[in-house]
Design a binder for this molecule. Sequence first.
Ligand code: HGY
Ligand code: MN
Ligand code: MN
Length: 436
Amino acid sequence: MRECMMNEGERKTLRAWMEGKGLRALMARIFELGETGMAEAADAPGPRGRTRLALDDADAEARDRLTTWMRGLDLEIRVDAIGNIFGVLPAAPGGEDRAPLMIGSHIDTVGNAGPLDGVYGVLAGLTVLHAFRAVGVLPPRPLIVTAFTNEEGVRYQPDMMGSLVYAGGCPLEKALDTRGMDGSRLGDELERIGYAGTVPPGHVTPFAYLELHVEQGPALDHDKVQIGVVTGVQGICWREVTVQGAANHAGTTPTALRHDAGLAAARANVFLRELAARSGVLVTVGSVRFEPGLINVIPSKAVFTVDMRDPDADRVSAANAEFAAWLPHLEQEEGVRISTRSLVDFAPVAFAPGVIDRVEAAAQRLGFSRRRMVSGAGHDAQMMARICPAGMIFVPSRAGLSHCPQEFTGPQDLKRGAQVLLETVLDLLEAQSVSS
Ligand code: HGY
Ligand code: MN
Ligand code: MN
């Protein structure tokens, strides 16, 4: 390995480039990608949101921008069969056959999203590869920056789908046949936007995987800590609940004779909030849909989603079991029928000590305050941890806001995150192995 290692002068030049031109390039790309899928005019005062649901036209436009930037850096571009995009910087002579170091995240968004969720990690990773190109240095092993397909799981469930398929957690055909909330088939949309690649998912097992991300929670900002050293991701469970009641006239049907699916859904939401308070599990009813959804018709049907999360898998299953045990009482009291469908069951994930320790050491060398923490949000890193040593770096989110247009992280925080990313990459590149 010695024959193609970098020297201290090269490492110094890379750091200097990242702190100057690199940061400017990163901020410019974040702004440009942030314009993709931007809402026409904010219907309320304040920042405008952007929407790039997996494989929609805005996501396709963002993918085109990213691959254009990759081409401009003379990176080899690969697209796999689930649409994951890879920009590959080759190794220095002698390092070609080594497993690559991968930096990744996603560029799809939720609806009316902020500018940084996922994008920051992909573009900071691109900037690391840009640094190597800019100073004319090749790394001792290949470096790959990756944008995974459908991390958000809003249009097609489950979330983290591209990395889940890559890690072997979901068969490719099953993912391609997934029907979206708009009825579209995922594989058809991949073809339509031109990102149905030929490379088999999981085509290369990384030496290690690193993801830089905004925290999306309040901890770092509240406690004024500069860097989050992420030790793992909490468990995530998603369910879809369908309540079948009976439509009837809003003006003629006595309350006692109603089989109101809308009311049953509302009672379930209140039960889940009380369950969250009792159990400590985080529970969110994020989407509710009534049929026929008309002002003067008692809802015959309600479909809602339940998102449960906790670092302790047993607490999530206990909360799930308590909710499931309560539903028959609701059916009986409201005279409705209820069915549930599982969308996601991801156990908590612990990241690799060999990556966690290097992230912490990098932040320490740079003189940044830092804290070890578990991620509340799901990330592609939790899927990549199934196949290689993985870890994450967090920077603060102002007031903990995310999945909304108000998502914001200041330039100095963005810069610190990119510096820790580069420092950790340089450290990992020198490693012969990484403890999992
Ligand atoms: O749901 C999540 O935590 C992630 O944003 N997909
Ligand atoms: Mn994300
Ligand atoms: Mn997200």
